[in-house]
Design a protein around this ligand. Structure first.
Ligand code: ADP
Ligand code: GLC
Length: 482
């Protein structure tokens, strides 16, 4: 099959979260299976400057002239092939994409995001049209690709030509909807009737996520549990009614993890490797992590690790509400996470109050994220909602027992040790401050029983979260669709 993915992130070229890992791994795995895969990405500065995308490896494929409302905007497109059957196409326009960060300046979102992503989606369709790409599946991810099904079908009508058999839209996180003032919609050159409630309108604004959700042939999200949750007001972020309209075309498919990058036996970013049969390397990673954080490397108590975007979604506030637990107990807490300024400040205060117990790095640090996964005893993931979540899967494979909340993909991927004493792999708790306290306390009790702790660790390390089966599910889904 000819499969086109359209996304705003792809590991290793541009990443702010799990979307990048998913697009990178899924595209590679589908290509490995023999499908012809094209990924469209914005030509962000970080992509253009990435060492794997040197100018000598990139082909310039021509200029773009894109109609954006009452004017035309120019750009160009380039492509490179990181693996056989896989081509990455970059939509470039310096004014839009040559910036330090992809979505905002660190404090707030860029004001021209609507223009940037309308341009991106229109350019993708224009490239597909002008190159006869003739795709079986066009698969868009999150709001940045939400307009794609509408734009694609509009161009097909205009040129009386088929550009793609079927469109798929995946919701990785319904909390980010790509909402813009309704006036921006004329830049799409789509019919004005689409601006109504049966179209992209969302409480007086234009919603790019709603466009994808309503107009793609099929909608998927990244876990079966989240597919159910987004049909409810509690998790639907105002789009639950729209999700319900598409329920017959909606499925939840769990993400996989990329073992080439995330496996303790071969992880190149760790000071030592290890396996289920021989955990000595894990001990070395723990010692190194403690040393790097300025703690006693021989510390024998319990080490909690946390790696996330610092946002309310990830439940950082639930951890902060448990300051007393960290004051009272002999534990360490290592947090790697940047994001919301207010939460960063609050975490800094916790560190200042308990410098001998809590360490924090407000950075995006790929190497350290692997070390925290490998070197901690427990991985803390107290999300308020979690469409899928990758870190809880990484941590199980790394023998680091997850303490997570009972939401979304966390329910689908962690087996609570009380629910299933034989096969349990982690601790699941309610998404409240009390729930997190229960989780932390249960973790201490588990650690105090070394045989039990090691059995739970082994259960996690035995689990298969590889992309191989996850990509097979996508391939079967595409086959059925075409
Ligand atoms: P989300 O996409 O909601 O952020 P996921 O669990 O799906 O959550 O994926 C997060 C990804 O981003 C993981 O690969 C995680 O290791 C990575 N990540 C998050 N924060 C950081 C950070 N501060 N430094 C390095 N990697 C991070
Ligand atoms: C989103 C979600 C996360 C998911 C990731 C990849 O960022 O917040 O739960 O794992 O997308 O699908």
């Amino acid at each position: 099959m000819k499969i086109v993915h359209v996304a705003s992130e792809m590991f290793p070229y541009i990443k702010t979260g799990g979307l990048a890992d998913v697009v990178g791994a899924l595209a590679n795995e589908l290509a490995r299976k023999g499908h012809e895969v094209t990924v469209f990405l914005p030509g962000y500065r970080s992509v253009i400057e990435h060492p794997d995308v040197a100018p000598s490896l990139r082909q310039s494929l021509g200029r773009l002239r894109i109609e954006m409302g009452n004017r035309f905007m120019s750009g160009d497109w380039q492509a490179f092939s990181p693996a056989s059957n896989l081509r990455v196409c970059l939509v470039c326009r310096e004014e839009f994409f040559d910036r330090r960060l992809p979505y905002g300046n660190g404090e707030r979102d860029y004001e021209d995001n609507y223009l940037r992503f309308i341009f991106f989606c229109k350019a993708v369709v224009e490239i597909m049209r002008s190159t006869d790409l003739d795709a079986d599946i066009v698969h868009g991810h999150d709001w940045q690709a939400g307009l794609l099904p509408l734009l694609l079908r509009a161009v097909e009508q205009r040129y009386r030509r088929n550009l793609a058999m079927r469109t798929v839209h995946t919701i990785h996180n319904i909390a980010f909807q790509g909402l813009f003032w309704m006036g921006s919609f004329y830049r799409t050159n789509l019919p004005a009737e689409l601006m109504g409630i049966d179209g992209v309108e969302y409480y007086g604004q234009a919603s790019m996520m709603k466009a994808g959700l309503l107009f793609a042939d099929r909608v998927t999200t990244v876990s079966p549990q989240y597919a159910r949750e987004i049909q409810t007001p509690e998790f639907g972020c105002g789009l639950d009614g729209v999700v319900q309209l598409r329920v017959d075309d909606l499925s939840g498919m769990i993400n996989g993890i990329n073992h080439k990058i995330w496996h303790p036996a071969s992880d190149k970013l760790l000071p030592a490797n290890y396996s289920r049969e021989d955990l000595e390397g894990k001990q070395k990673c723990r010692t190194e992590l403690l040393r790097e954080e300025g703690f006693d490397p021989e510390y024998q108590g319990t080490v909690f690790g946390m790696v996330c975007r610092l946002t309310e979604q990830k439940g950082v506030q639930l951890v902060l509400a448990n300051q007393e637990f960290f004051e009272r107990e002999d534990v360490k807490l290592i947090i790697l996470g940047a994001g919301d300024q207010r939460l960063e400040e609050a975490v800094r205060k916790l560190c200042a109050a308990l410098p001998e117990k809590v360490a924090h790095h407000a950075a995006l640090d790929e190497r350290l994220s692997h070390l925290v996964e490998a070197g901690s005893d427990f991985f803390l993931m107290p999300s308020m909602f979690e469409p899928c979540g990758l870190n809880q899967m990484y941590s199980q494979v790394y023998g680091t027992v997850p303490v997570a909340t009972r939401v979304g993909g966390l329910i689908d991927t962690v087996v609570d040790i009380e629910d299933d004493p034989e096969a349990g792999t982690g601790i699941l708790v309610e998404a409240t401050a009390e729930g997190v306290e229960t989780g932390l306390t249960r973790a201490l009790a588990l650690k105090a029983d070394p045989d039990r702790y090691s059995a739970v660790q082994t259960n996690g390390m035995k689990r298969d979260f590889s992309w191989k089966s996850a990509a097979e599910a996508y391939a079967a889904f595409y086959e059925e669709l075409v």
